[in-house]
Design a binder for this molecule. Structure first.
Ligand SMILES: [Ca+2]
Length: 307
């Protein structure tokens, strides 16, 4: 259990977001997860919020949920419902959810909570739109963020296009704004999340003791082995967001290269590409290697989740 860390998670659930949130809930002290903020991304905002509130109910959790951006800063939303399903959770549907108890916007809540706490760790599992808006509204935000773990980008090719990973492709202007903010960024890109593939043995071993969590996990596993099986030749699951959360939980999970990153916004072909540059910008921590066995062990710890 990780103590004394205050966490806010920005998310667009999203099948792998669900794994990531379960993992966070397993490892961080329950009351240290202060809020989940939602953004459009894998699917639309109403659906990502519904799923986040569904996860809150499933976990019997106390964190607040705040709705954020309905669309990227400057480009239309191109979602990933062909991967995550129309309702974002594969074939799983949350019939019961917690209620949205606040109309405060994600970026306002993020700043308010960060300033109140003095220092928080931010984990961003979707397009960076909410974080970029928060930076525009509150330029002193970076001083209250001790680290931002962002699942996004890649050091070698993308998944949405040959150049770009989905989250940064989805809102390249937001990603660029965040990388220009001077925040202490840990980029958990496709390059390491693909290395940390959850193989068939790991996925077979996932069998949570909690019946409701097991029901969700079993459905998501079926989604990977059924609907998504034709997309990848590898048996198992690629869970990028779970790797980002695991990297935040265990500072030794990934090794990092300190290098400035520039996000492409202008060129249509390379939109959202994360490019390593050497031009005097503030460097960020780019994950380059990952302890795959350690990640798989951590993932299996979801089995012990006690809701
Ligand atoms: Ca996500």
């Amino acid at each position: 259990m990780i103590r004394n860390r205050k966490i806010v998670i920005d998310t667009d659930p999203g099948v792998d977001d669900a794994f990531a949130i379960l993992l966070a809930y397993r490892w961080f002290e329950k009351d240290s997860i202060l809020a989940l903020t939602t953004t459009a991304g894998n699917v639309g905002l109403e659906t990502t919020t519904h799923n986040t509130l569904g996860l809150k109910k499933l976990l019997n959790a106390s964190f607040e949920v705040y709705q954020g951006a309905r669309k990227p800063l400057q480009v239309p939303l191109e979602d990933a419902s062909h991967i995550h399903g129309r309702l974002g959770m594969g074939e799983y549907v949350f019939f019961e959810t917690s209620a949205l108890t606040s109309s405060e916007k994600a970026w306002d809540a993020l700043y308010r909570i960060a300033k109140r706490e003095g220092s928080i760790t931010l984990i961003a599992l979707g397009p960076l739109t909410n974080i970029a808006i928060a930076l525009e509204e509150y330029p002193d935000l970076p001083q209250y963020i001790d680290a931002l773990y962002t699942m996004g980008g890649s050091t070698q090719g993308g998944n949405r296009t040959p150049y770009a990973e989905f989250n940064y492709y989805c809102d390249p202007h937001a990603a660029r704004r965040v990388y220009e903010s001077g925040m202490n960024i840990f980029m958990i890109g496709l390059n390491v999340t693909e290395l940390a593939f959850a193989d068939e043995t790991t996925m077979d071993g996932l069998s949570p003791v909690d019946a409701d969590v097991k029901g969700l996990i079993d459905s998501l596993k079926d989604h990977y082995s059924g609907t998504l099986a034709g997309i990848s030749s590898r048996k198992g699951s690629h869970l990028p967001d779970a790797v980002a959360v695991a990297a935040c939980i265990d500072p030794d999970l990934c090794s990092y290269r300190e290098v400035p990153i520039l996000i492409e916004t202008l060129d249509l072909e390379t939109r959202g590409m994360s490019r390593m540059v050497e031009n005097g910008r503030r460097p960020v921590q780019v994950a380059v290697e990952v302890d795959v066995e350690r990640f798989r062990e951590m993932l299996l710890s979801i089995n012990e989740l006690n809701c």
